[in-house]
Design a protein around this ligand. Structure first.
Ligand code: ZN
Length: 307
């Protein structure tokens, strides 16, 4: 425990030095290119009819430095060690998504069942954040994610969201895709095909009714499924069944892999939980998540952009 706290502190120090360093370099670059531009214009006049540059390069650098400073201010306001990294543009060609080895059910590929996977194949240093269930409905979390511009994907269970569909409507309005996590969050392999189908297809109907779209993504509760689960999901329009490679809590991380690290393309799971369920708030959990991925050089990308 002690060493974890120590790590966080050293990251925080490194983070702010890193930003100051970046701004200092930019300031130097601005000065240097400003001088260069002046010197050149004295020697080389624009050809007739050619417009002189409207904005000197220094102006663009100023704008860039200004944007970095604004991002740093927002990050600081939310208590982050440093500003989150910007993800690359969505890929022009989507990666091929296959079921992870050992996670297949009988006839998985032959029957065209939704693939079950824990990472997206990519070389980019990106991870995907997915948040499940829907118990906690913290307005500060919505503000934090929209101000920081962090994409994430929600997997919702009706019995937890039905008391306040409006909260998740606001989430959807911020660009978050709302996906299927069953009506009542049961252990699906313990149910008949018919009951599994009611749990999964019933939630497709709820999301379509309240949010206007039938989800393409479905996540089985606890990550547990059998062949019936995927056949039922496919029958009501599900295309993908992403699970996860890491889970972030308000006070620790858990890993599926033996190396206990995050990897390019990893899907990270967390939950809509508050102080009643763990020792902190949704923003506390997001701080833990972002400080680690940013310190390790990862950006957070949008899962749907890769599917
Ligand atoms: Zn769940």
């Amino acid at each position: 425990m002690g060493s974890v706290v120590q790590n966080d502190k050293s990251r925080a120090r490194w983070g702010s030095t890193g930003l100051r360093g970046t701004l200092a370099v930019l300031a130097l670059a601005a000065v240097a290119s400003g001088c260069g531009a002046q010197g050149e214009s004295a020697k080389v006049r624009p050809a007739p009819g050619q417009q002189p540059l409207k904005a000197p390069p220094a102006r663009a650098l100023d704008a860039y430095a200004g944007k970095l400073r604004a991002q740093a201010r927002i990050a600081k306001r939310w208590g982050l060690a440093r500003a989150p990294l910007t993800p690359p543009a969505p890929p022009a060609k989507k990666p091929h998504i296959a079921t992870r080895k050992g996670f297949e059910v009988d006839g998985h590929e032959e029957r065209g069942l939704p693939p079950v996977f824990t990472t997206i194949p990519t070389e980019e240093k990106i991870v995907f954040l997915t948040i499940d269930d829907g118990a906690e409905k913290d307005p500060a979390f919505l503000r934090m994610m929209s101000e920081l511009k962090i994409p994430y994907t929600a997997f919702l269970s009706n019995f937890l969201i039905k008391e306040d569909y409006g909260y998740f409507k606001r989430m959807q309005d911020q660009g978050v895709v709302l996906n299927n996590h069953t009506l009542h969050h049961p252990y699906l392999p313990g149910l008949s095909y018919g009951r599994q189908k009611r749990e999964i297809c019933g939630m497709q109907d709820v999301i379509e009714k309240h949010y206007g779209k039938r989800p393409l993504l479905f996540r089985p509760p606890f990550g547990n499924y059998n062949q019936d689960t995927l056949v039922a999901a496919k029958s009501c329009g599900v295309k993908y069944a992403p699970i996860w490679n890491e889970e972030v809590f308000v006070d620790h991380w858990e890993y599926r892999e033996w190396d206990r690290r995050i990897h390019p393309g990893d899907i990270v799971l967390s939950h809509f939980r508050g102080r009643g369920e763990w020792k902190g708030t949704m923003p506390d959990m997001i701080r833990r998540f972002l400080d680690k991925v940013t310190a390790e050089g990862y950006a957070v990308a949008r899962l749907e952009d890769y599917l």
